[in-house]
Write a protein that binds this ligand. Sequence first.
Ligand code: UDP
Length: 161
Amino acid sequence: FRTNSAGLADVKERTLIAVKPDGVQRRLVGQIIRRFEQRGFKLVGLKMLQVSEGLLAQHYCQLTQKPFYSSLVEYMTSGPVVVMVWEGHNVVQSSRVMVGATNPAAAPAGTVRGDFSLHVSRNVVHASDSLEGAQREIQLWFQGKELVEWDCWDQTLTCEK
Ligand code: UDP
């Protein structure tokens, strides 16, 4: 276990996961949620929305100068997204592994992108790529009151206290 300064497993780590418009259209929301639930992570925020270009520009602020940015905007605003906050030990890094490489061609079978997508421009899901990125994205997409603090009774079975 990675531990925090108090020597406790870091069960409060959070990340932002989004099912992109292609994933929503293809009815993959349930399957994607199921993977995070069955791994043992705790859902603390969930909503569906039509993304604005402004929010997207903030979310993808490091990509706005990339040649694919305008097609990325078109894709991400083509329909609703389902955005979630998941909590648990090492959730940022583990989610990236579960989601797979940005380009689905390089994503192994068993990952979300490796199982459900073919092309980098339609890769079904977003997952924060670092602790700092996760914090920034959660603040961007959710208001504090939209995140729910709750005790998941089986947490002592999936993590050492
Ligand atoms: N993307 C794209 N073409 C590219 C690279 C990225 O359309 O050549 C899109 C793709 O949807 C990707 C998103 O831009 O998920 C953000 O790219 P990033 O490099 O941040 O990858 P991610 O963190 O999503 O794996």
